[in-house]
Design a protein around this ligand. Structure first.
Ligand SMILES: [Zn+2]
Length: 283
């Protein structure tokens, strides 16, 4: 049993809590930390959907108030995956609780791209240092599609800590050293910033909403909603044939290439995979 476990800060990603535990534990070898937290020296500590979490819960100090559900719901990217992958919701939860977490990445979660480096908001960084005496990685800032801080309305910076790092010993905590403020901040046009604000707020809402009480929607439900909207805009026929060229043009002119490129969508590539979501699987 652990003698202590750092209390997660508001919207702190669980990975950041593990990194803080490692830094405070005094452990020299990173696999000692893994053994203490997860009963295994060989697991990969994933930033978005960590696994072996039922072992972690059993290892927590006696009076710990944490539950598996609250850690997953409030401190991992699970809520975002769960909204868009209704069929796989319970499978993801099962993997995160148990030892088979690596299977998550071979299927459903393999097409979601996280940022290259942990991101931070310079204003949040200083506020956290002031309020808590230390910095931490915010979950929302690491979520795909979120490029601005919804509290301070500033563009997020890249830290120097790679987000995908299979080597636990290179894990980095959020700190002034790891978060160089002098990094050149990306500059976006006002219209792109407006889109970035909107998408960041929407994602924040998705991440913090409690969808448990709502019935799960199958993927085809989402497909049909989009097709109906396209038909209303004369971008699809009644028998669900999408006018791909027209849709592509409207999509690009509506969002603008700067915004799409900011999200990592290569607009010069004629094969933008816009149309996957319109493919039905009703048969
Ligand atoms: Zn901020």
């Amino acid at each position: 049993m652990l003698s202590f476990f750092p209390t997660p800060y508001p919207d702190e990603i669980l990975y950041s809590v593990f990194a803080r535990y490692h830094a405070r534990s005094g452990n020299i070898k990173p696999d000692e930390t893994l053994q203490e937290l997860f009963n295994s020296r060989n697991i990969i500590v994933r930033p978005d959907l960590p696994y072996n979490l039922s072992y972690l819960i059993k290892n927590l100090p006696l009076l710990s108030q944490h539950t598996l559900e609250s850690l997953i719901q409030k401190h991992t990217l699970y809520p975002m995956y769960a909204v868009f992958m209704p069929d796989s919701k319970s499978a993801i939860l099962g993997y995160m609780k148990g030892e088979l977490g690596t299977y998550i990445y071979r299927g459903i979660a393999s097409s979601v791209y996280l940022p290259k480096y942990f991101r931070f908001c310079p204003k949040c960084l200083f506020e956290d240092l002031h309020t808590f005496g230390e910095a931490y990685w915010h979950r929302l800032h690491q979520t795909p599609g979120v490029l601005v801080c919804t509290i301070h309305d500033v563009v997020l910076n890249d830290s120097i800590v790679p987000i995908w790092n299979n080597k636990w010993y290179q894990v980095g905590i959020a700190s002034l050293e790891n978060c160089p403020i002098s990094n050149v901040t990306r500059n976006y046009s006002e219209s792109t910033k407006e889109w970035l604000r909107l998408i960041a707020s929407d994602i924040e809402w998705l991440m913090t909403c409690d969808f448990k009480s709502l019935p799960s929607k199958e993927l085809d439900w989402f497909h049909i909603q989009y097709i109906v909207l396209l038909i209303k805009r004369n971008l699809a026929t009644l028998d669900r044939q999408v006018y791909e060229q027209g849709l592509r043009q409207k999509f690009l002119s509506f969002y603008g290439s700067e915004f799409l490129e900011a999200l990592g969508i290569n607009v010069s590539n004629n094969n933008i995979n816009l149309f996957k979501i319109f493919r039905l699987h009703l048969e």
